[in-house]
Design a protein around this ligand. Structure first.
Ligand code: FES
Ligand code: FE2
Length: 451
């Protein structure tokens, strides 16, 4: 008999497996786990909404989602950023349905109430004729998203007004964000609009793919080896460091076998290198000089990759950020941003953008390789054997790579626990532990954790 409820015994069993470096397969398709995630993970963690360059002028706005909460993010006349629930306060209609634009007011399509950039209710159709004198418009403004904070131009929101500050949440990731987002004068800018598409996948599996899994590169993206773009050395994606950070975050810093990159400063134009030296600490500058790819994730569902793509003489680097918006246990809406150094030459930016579209865009070659595997995980995790919460069939995924084999590299210059290869599962394990801590909060009594 399958046990269908998420009782304490099930959670304790899950906790025990996670501590052993194993992840029961049922957690990637179980509807009860998904509900817990919506209520206990996405309701209180920092969610990426947009980059500041997407909202340049007063009146600029974008519409986004925090799982099922629609968000309207605007730049007000005073230049401040504000985020509201994108839902009319009259009867709850989804207020603004455009992805982005520029406006002075937002008018509801249902009965015509209108709101200004501050979210204040400024117009009611036939207002004084149908509402009494006592109707206080100031009570009916758009509902603000409780917290909105930025780091290096990255705007995050949190539905929990008591959440720790964004900078504390990001912790050691800030040091790496400084390299990725703050290396050049003027920082990064978003080019184009975020592409989005729906994939059959569990959000945890895709977050792990970026945050913690260079091991898949040699096999999943085998075609790049066959085309001669990537080396055939089975360890080629392992050279570098995997860095475990707090709160389920992690980053992989990929070099080459020598510990240096064959493409100094990620093949960026040389004229930019003095900027990097000016804007970064000596340790950050040195790390950037010898890194080919940065790939990682901010828990729960923001991933990024900063690769080198192209062919000799036409190499380029960019920064791809993506949010995996869960639409259910086995579906994500992928939001995918292209960013590049504002200070880079225009022709370089354009070539990098084309490279991105062909590789990590919605129809990109690398993207399609990955999507296929993500959908296969959930397809194979819905049957009797996978849904078995008592684990009679022992259907658990393996996160044991590197255990007992590698110790942290004390000489690594950045924050976090850095392992001397990216072929380890420690970032995933950190992610699973933090995830479990959040979903099980208040469900396991103190002192009753599984031994
Ligand atoms: S629901 Fe918006 S004006 Fe009525
Ligand atoms: Fe991949």
């Amino acid at each position: 008999m399958l046990r269908n409820t998420l009782d304490k015994k099930t959670l304790q069993g899950l906790q025990r497996k996670i501590s052993e470096g194993l992840l029961p397969q049922w957690v990637v398709t179980d509807p009860d786990i998904y509900q817990l995630e919506v209520e206990k993970v996405f309701s209180c963690t920092w969610q990426f909404l947009a980059h500041e360059s997407e909202l340049k002028e007063a009146g600029s706005y974008v519409t986004r989602w925090i799982v099922n909460d629609p968000v309207l993010l605007v730049r007000t006349n005073s230049g401040e950023l504000k985020a509201f629930l994108n839902s009319c306060t009259h009867r709850g209609v989804h207020l603004c349905t455009a992805d982005f634009g520029k406006k002075k007011t937002f008018t509801c399509p249902y009965h015509g109430w209108s709101f200004n950039l501050e979210g204040e209710l400024i117009g009611i159709v036939a207002g004084d004729k149908v509402y009494g004198e006592e109707m206080d418009k100031s009570e009916w403004g758009l509902r603000p998203i409780p917290r909105l904070e930025s780091y290096r131009g990255m705007i995050f929101a949190n539905l929990d007004r008591n959440a720790m500050p964004l900078e504390e949440y990001l912790g050691g990731m800030k040091w790496y964000f400084d390299i990725l987002l703050g290396r050049s004068d003027g920082g990064m800018e978003v080019r184009g609009i975020p592409q989005r598409w729906v994939a059959t996948a569990n959000w945890k599996a895709v977050q792990e793919n970026f945050a913690a899994d260079p091991y898949h590169v040699q096999t999943t993206h085998r075609s790049t080896v066959e085309m001669g773009i990537s080396p055939s050395d089975p360890l080629y994606a392992s050279y570098g460091h995997a860095i475990v950070l707090e709160h389920g975050h992690g980053i992989n810093v990929a070099t080459s076998k020598t510990g240096r990159s064959i493409y100094p400063f990620q093949a960026t134009p040389e004229l930019m290198w003095p900027m990097f030296e000016r804007n970064l600490s000596p340790e950050q500058y040195d790390l950037l000089s010898r890194t080919t790819v940065f790939v990682g994730g901010v828990f729960p569902n923001l991933s990024f990759v900063s690769p080198v793509h192209g062919t000799e003489g036409h190499l380029h680097n960019y920064l791809n950020f993506r949010v995996w918006r869960p639409l259910g246990p086995d579906k994500v809406e992928v939001w995918c941003w292209f960013m590049i150094d504002k200070a880079a030459p225009e022709d370089y930016k354009e070539a990098a953008y084309r490279g991105y579209i062909g590789s990590f865009g919605s129809s990109g070659t690398l993207e399609m390789d990955d999507t296929e595997n993500w959908s296969r995980i959930v397809q194979a995790s819905k049957g009797i054997m996978s849904r078995d919460k008592e684990l009679n069939y022992n259907n658990v995924a393996n996160y044991l790579m590197g255990s007992g084999k590698f110790e942290p590299d004390e000489n690594f210059p950045g924050p976090g626990t850095a392992y001397p290869t990216t072929y380890v599962d420690f970032i995933s394990r950190g992610l699973h532990e933090y995830w479990f801590e959040l979903i099980s909060k208040d469900l396991l009594d103190a002192g009753e954790e599984a031994k």
